[in-house]
Design a protein around this ligand. Structure first.
Ligand code: HEM
Length: 653
């Protein structure tokens, strides 16, 4: 049995945050040699974290407010921002026109000369990369990928974005993405991303470059071997069952309330909802804590200072990625500003916890004296940390901490976001839920999934794949050119910052049919699972090339297990008073107001029972896949409750 660590438990913080964002960039000016007329952006539906008290007063509205977006579309389309040529030519045009009216002749000759020079300027301008210039305040605090999508639709797959001193090249073309990520990958570093994340990840795998990255990647990748992933799938199932217990409590309370409501003839019944972004954030934290360093956060049921510290640093990383002035680099401001002081304290808590876990693991490895073989896996502690220590990985504690912290962050927010948006996508698609259930019931029945089932749950994996197409986490990949390169004929100077917009690639009307539609069938179950190779870099949920995600299979299986086990056990409905949908960005796409779903225990009817009319008895079976015979509604309900409770108490059934 796996033993997990748990340090310093105590009551503490809750995962909250998220700023509300409106889509608004009305101070841009854009120069573009070529305008591509396309469909205006269709805003995606979206949501956010909050309490599970169901105490919302807003009417349901499942679409993002679109006024400012359509304003922007109109203004871009009207050409208001477009400078389709040379500024010098434009500035001299009135003089030229005036001179052309000279009745005596010399003025007309000068006008002619100017016109010729102007033509040359226009020709040169036509070969320059389209440039959007604007005020950084216009996109700060917004989901940056939305304005980038609008600019892409109008100005094409490569353009430059200028804000005062900052400037970025935005790429939305699969072949250019392939060039930067794969063929010319050695010409690019993590640049800005490394600068933003340095305070929390140090030289961990995500921000690291050069030799450090090479050495660390070589050490970490073998830790995620097949036996490890297989053990993790079992752990995902245990955690998902624990999550189901939490959801079951809300479902049962609602059930009781509804009963009382029916009996009392009251005119008001409001079911409790669960804020699913918060729920998945906690589920994913519990999972990644065990997977990476065998730490039992148990954040689904408790809060402790370590959890609070993790969220403080995550929010700080997001804040720093959008705040224009890096004041935190000025020592006296870092020491004075409360949020920076809080962040420093949080980092201290995490550092101490990790140091303690590393020390404990080293001791365990010494004591167990197990031979280190390929696909090494400790039964007592199958974590990545244990693998690294047992492998004799000779690194400083600081580097070990950086790697662990990197994986904790990389594997937590991303998976939580994927699950949140997947549930959002299926929440109004009973057709998709029906297909999911058909597959889950057929492949799993009432047992826990194993690694072998991952290939059988084909439709479930396509649902996740399609959700990651619509909501890629992260929506933008960041690079910096280390040397000069040429992208689509445009010169890229060393030092240029590049944004590869995965959001644009995944929603491009040129690359996908009905790009904004959630359609898992676009990835047929009898074709290979889509990835960057099968889709030739138009689909990059886990990146591509040498910096591709090391946890792709881990993450995919985690999402499949959670989705399969929860849709089998619950019906989910959008809360009747769910607040308006919205999106915000940090490293991943968050909701603005939470995804408030009402869980209801699913009634599972065994097919044999339907044919078996007659007696009023419910047969529930908690062992090995037998389900229920349920001739009457009341018996049916009782049997389902018994079945689900038995499952939660004894996950091996
Ligand atoms: C659904 C969940 C996940 C998604 C969508 C995701 C996505 C990504 C993406 C897009 C990249 C490439 C970033 C870039 O090129 O700039 C990446 C890198 C990375 N991911 Fe994931 N990831 C997920 C889960 C995980 C998990 C569970 C782990 C660890 C157990 C992990 C560890 C990493 C690491 C270490 C890197 C850096 C690899 C390198 O630079 O060599 N990720 N991830």
């Amino acid at each position: 049995m796996m033993q997990t660590n748990r340090l310093a438990p105590s009551p503490g913080a809750k995962c909250t945050s998220n700023r509300s964002l409106n889509v608004k960039i009305n101070r841009f000016s854009i120069t573009s040699p070529s305008r591509i007329a396309r469909e205006p952006c269709v805003a995606p539906r979206a949501t956010s974290p909050s309490d599970d008290n169901g105490d919302n007063t807003q009417p349901p509205n499942r679409s993002i407010p679109n006024n400012s977006q359509s304003d922007l579309d109109d203004r871009i389309m009207s050409g208001e921002f477009t400078d389709s040529g040379s500024t010098k030519e434009k500035l001299t045009r009135p003089i030229r026109k005036m001179l052309a009216k000279d009745p005596l002749g010399p003025g007309r000759a000068v006008a002619y000369q100017l016109a010729q020079i102007g033509q040359g300027w226009r020709r040169v301008a036509a070969t320059r990369m389209p440039t959007a210039t604007g005020d950084i305040r216009e996109i700060v605090g917004q989901p940056v990928f939305i304005p980038l999508y609008k600019l892409y639709l109008t100005y094409g797959s490569v353009f430059r974005l200028n804000f005062y001193a900052k400037n970025f090249v935005v790429i939305s073309d699969p072949q250019l993405a392939k060039q930067v990520l794969l063929t010319n990958a050695s010409k690019y570093s993590k640049g800005l991303l490394a600068e933003i994340l340095e305070f929390v990840m140090g030289t961990g795998l995500i921000p690291a470059d050069g030799e450090v990255w090479k050495v660390r990647r070589r050490a970490v990748v073998p830790a995620l071997h097949k036996k490890y992933i297989s053990a993790m799938v079992d752990m995902f199932a245990d955690c998902a069952l624990h999550g189901a217990t939490m959801l079951g409590k809300t479902a049962d309370e609602n059930e009781m309330q509804q009963q009382q409501f029916l009996e009392s003839n009251s005119s008001f019944y409001k079911p409790k909802s669960v804020e699913m972004e918060n729920f998945f954030s906690r589920l994913a934290l519990d999972i990644i804590g065990k997977a990476v360093f065998n730490y039992e956060f148990d954040s689904l049921t408790t809060d402790d200072p370590v959890i609070q510290a993790v969220y403080t640093t995550l929010r700080e990383a997001e804040y720093r990625s959008t705040y224009p002035i890096p004041y935190w680099n000025i020592p006296f401001l870092a020491a004075l500003v409360p949020r920076q002081k809080q962040n420093t304290a949080a980092l201290q808590v995490i550092s101490e916890t990790l140091d303690e876990l590393i020390a404990r693991c080293k001791k365990l490895v010494e004591e167990e004296d197990e031979e280190f073989v390929e696909e090494f896996l400790s039964k007592a502690d199958p974590s990545i940390l244990h693998f690294l220590v047992a492998s004799g990985d000779d690194i400083t504690s600081k580097q070990m901490r950086d790697d662990l912290m990197t994986m904790l962050i990389a594997g937590h927010e991303t998976t939580a976001a994927v699950l949140t948006w997947t549930f959002y996508c299926v929440s109004d698609r009973p057709d998709v839920v029906a297909k999911l259930r058909e597959e889950v019931d057929r492949v799993l029945g009432d047992r826990n999934p194993t690694i072998e089932d991952m290939h059988g749950l084909k439709y479930t994996s396509r649902v996740i794949a399609e959700s990651m197409r619509l909501y890629p986490q992260p929506p933008v990949l960041i690079r910096r050119a280390l040397e000069d390169d040429v992208l689509k004929g445009y010169e890229i100077k060393a030092g240029s910052d590049i944004f590869i917009s995965t959001w644009n690639l995944h929603r491009s009307p040129e690359l996908w049919d009905r790009p904004d539609q959630f359609d898992p069938e676009r990835f047929p179950v009898d074709s290979p699972m889509p990835n960057e190779v099968t889709e030739d870099f138009k689909y990059l949920p886990f990146g591509g090339g040498k910096r591709k995600c090391v946890g792709d299979q881990f993450a995919l299986f985690e999402a499949i297990v959670a989705l399969a086990m929860l849709v089998r056990r619950f019906d989910f409905e959008m809360a009747p008073d769910a607040p308006e949908v919205g999106m915000t960005t940090g490293a991943t796409i968050h909701t603005t107001n939470g995804l408030h779903l009402v869980p209801k225990r699913r009634v599972i009817v065994a097919s044999s029972a339907i044919a078996n009319d007659g007696d009023d008895v419910a047969h529930s079976n908690n062992a090995n896949g037998a389900i229920i015979n349920t001739p009457t509604a009341a018996a049916k309900e009782m049997a389902v409750l018994a079945f689900t409770d038995a499952q939660e108490q004894n996950p091996q059934n």
